[in-house]
Each structure stands twice: as C-alpha cells, then as structure tokens.
Ligand binder design. Structure first.
Ligand code: NAI
Length: 343
C-alpha cells in the first residue's frame, strides 16, 4: 500500500484554478493517496488582501511532500508587485527548473525529446535594477556556487535518465565574464562525466538549431533568462504551451507547474488545455516515487504518460489550442479513463 502524501496546492490565477482542478480530479480518480492542502497565493489573492501568499503559507508549502501549482499572473502595469514565482523559487531553494519537451505524432512540428534544465535562482532574475543619469541598468548575477549546482544537477539528470548528450547554452562571445564563467564551470564539471558527449552552443544559434534540427539535442543546461525564452520556443515546436509541464527542485523541496503563464486571454471559459498541469502532476508522481521508492506511484505515472500520448495522438478530444473543440474537463476525463484502462 502506497503511503499517504501531503501535497500543497496553489491554484493560481487566470486559467490556473481550471486546470489545477482538472489535474486534481485525474490524480484522485487514479487513486493517488494524498491529502491536498490548498494554499492561497497569487495576484488575485494579492488584490484582495495586499499579500502575495496567505499567512504561514510558506511554512505549509515547506511542510508538504511536494507543491502542485497553477500559473500566477505578474502584471506589467504594477511595478510595486514582485513576481511570486521568483519569490517561491528563492524561498523554497528550487534551483533547478526541469522542463521535458517530447513530441506527439500528428501534433508537433518536429520529432524531439529534449530536456531543458534552467538555472532558477539568479541571472537577471535577481531583480537588481536602477536608473543612473537616464540609463537603466540591470545586474546579471552568475555565481560559481549556483552554476556548479545546476551543472552537476544537469549531468546527473542526463545520466540517470539514460541520455547520451548534454549541451551548455550561453552567450560567452559577448558576456565574457558571466556567461564565460557558466561555460567554464560546465566544462570543468564535464571532466567527471566521461560517458556523456558534452557540447556547447550560443543561445541565438540554439534557437535556430532547435527549430531546424531538435534531434541534435538531448539535455540542455542554461542560465535563467535563456531557459525562460527557449522553453517557450520548444513548447511551440511541441505544438502548444498547453502540452508542457515542469519540475522545480532543490535540495529539500519540489514544485510542479506548467511552463506557461495564466493565459488571461482564455481564462474562465473552460477551454484551457489541462495537459500541461496533468504532465506536471505526472512529473510529481515520478519524483515522489523515486524519493520514497513507491512502485505504485511509478505505475500511476507510467499509465498517465501513455494515456496523455494516446489522447493527444488520437486527436479526437482536444482543446482549441490544438484545433479541437473539447473543454478542459472533457480532455482531463479522457486522460483519466484511458489511464484507468491501462492500469
Ligand atoms: P501565457 O503563457 O499565459 O500565454 C501565452 C499564450 O499561450 C496565450 O495565447 C495563451 O492563451 C496560450 N496558453 C497558455 N496556456 C495555455 C493552456 N493551458 N491552454 C491553451 N492555451 C494556453 O503568457 P502571457 O500571456 O505572456 O502571460 C500571462 C501571465 O502569466 C503574465 O502575467 C505572466 O507574468 C504570467 N506567467 C506566469 C508563469 C508562472 O506562473 N509560472 C509563467 C509565465 C508567465
């Protein structure tokens, strides 16, 4: 019998509550033995209360086995509002952002199986900016410590998941010191991993090559900003942001959320693609199954993985982002039914 897990749930903003609800139904329907503890956080919560997250919310997140999170809005017209996503990453020490991008037959632009590993705590995202004599300046921070951590993580991830190649993405021809440090640390750490082919590519070239020939890549490791941008590019190749989930992990905590944002243009209409949140949930099951050596969860994750591919590739029940006319709930239900059939 699988142990009972405590999962913190942040529903988030925009389409967040719709897709998180759908993913929770799938998890419960599959028999995932968990207590879901809701934690209020996000821009809507901030507008109501003046706080980014409920009192004691961070402690609740830290006390749970994992956090399942929907997207949170960071409005452009509120300079006083700091990104809650960046705050959560810092507070929970989630230094590695792992984003697997896998193609689906008949849907994706190219055949690919690429895992993007993004450093999640520094670079321009430290948010240190200022204006001096009419010139705006932002600080790009790349530390030896954080870079070693993410690069080691990426190498270990590649080995553990049976990949043969790892590529560092940078722009050290221009940013000699910051990106130069990131690149140098990559090749220093690489000396300890003889079984992997280690490559490098400039970020602009990476954007081009990923579209032209994504089969040339397995695991990519990069800085925060490049990772943010390349993730959306890869989601475009997969076929929709609604098909891409992520794991954010540190030494003690882990958080699972879609790659995309709160999609305000389609929020409240019941048509958001829930698969990004279901894939994030599947990544959570895989993480917990490894951490607690729980074979039942590994089985659930496998069933979910195959049912997601089946539903997408059958192309009968799809949300409008993929050219269909099904609702969020219909897609999630189809995945659950197929997963139960496989189990
Ligand atoms: P977005 O990722 O929310 O949306 C981009 C496009 O993809 C939109 O056309 C949207 O409709 C579509 N899309 C996204 N998710 C979808 C889904 N599940 N199903 C179908 N279509 C989907 O990017 P946008 O509009 O630039 O950002 C909106 C807000 O989200 C911003 O405030 C931004 O700061 C925030 N954001 C939050 C993130 C997070 O919480 N991790 C990540 C990225 C952005």
């Amino acid at each position: 019998m699988s142990r009972k897990y405590r999962i913190a749930v942040i529903k988030g903003d925009g389409v967040g509550p719709e897709i998180v609800e759908a993913a929770l139904n799938v998890l419960s329907g599959l028999g995932f033995n968990a207590e879901f503890v809701e934690v209020n956080a996000g821009y809507e919560f901030f507008k109501r209360t003046g706080k980014p997250i409920e009192e004691d919310g961070l402690n609740v997140l830290k006390s749970c086995d994992a956090v399942l999170k929907g997207p949170i809005t960071t409005p452009l017209d509120r300079p006083d509002f700091k990104s809650i996503n960046v705050m959560l990453r810092r507070e929970l020490g989630l230094y590695a952002n792992v984003r697997p991008f896998k193609s689906f037959k008949g849907i994706s632009l190219r055949d690919l199986n690429v895992v993007l590993i993004r450093e999640n705590t520094e670079d321009l995202y430290v948010g240190i900016e200022g204006i001096h004599l009419g010139t705006a300046i932002a600080l790009k921070v790349i530390s030896k410590e954080a870079t070693e951590k993410i690069v080691r993580f990426a190498f270990n991830y590649a080995i553990k998941h049976g990949f043969k190649r790892i590529t560092v993405v940078h722009k050290s021809n221009i940013l000699r010191m910051t990106d130069g440090l990131f690149r140098d640390i990559f090749f220093t750490v690489a000396r300890n991993y003889n079984d992997l082919e280690c490559n490098e590519i400039l970020v602009d070239s990476a954007a081009y090559q990923l579209i032209r020939n994504p089969k040339a890549f397995d695991v990519l490791v990069t800085e925060n900003l490049y990772g943010d941008i390349l993730a959306d590019l890869l989601a475009g190749i997969v076929g929709s942001l609604g098909l891409c989930g992520s794991m954010e992990v540190g030494d003690t905590h882990a958080l699972f959320e879609p790659v995309h944002g709160s999609a305000p243009d389609i929020a409240g209409r019941g048509i958001a693609n829930p698969i990004s949140q279901v894939i994030s949930s599947k990544l959570m099951l895989e993480y917990l199954s490894t951490k607690y050596d729980d074979q039942w969860l590994a089985k659930l994750a496998k069933a979910l993985d195959s049912s997601i591919s089946t539903v997408i590739e059958e192309r009968r029940i799809l949300t409008p982002d993929l050219g269909g006319n099904a609702s969020t709930k219909e897609v999630a239900d189809a995945i659950l039914i197929e997963a139960l059939r496989v189990l």
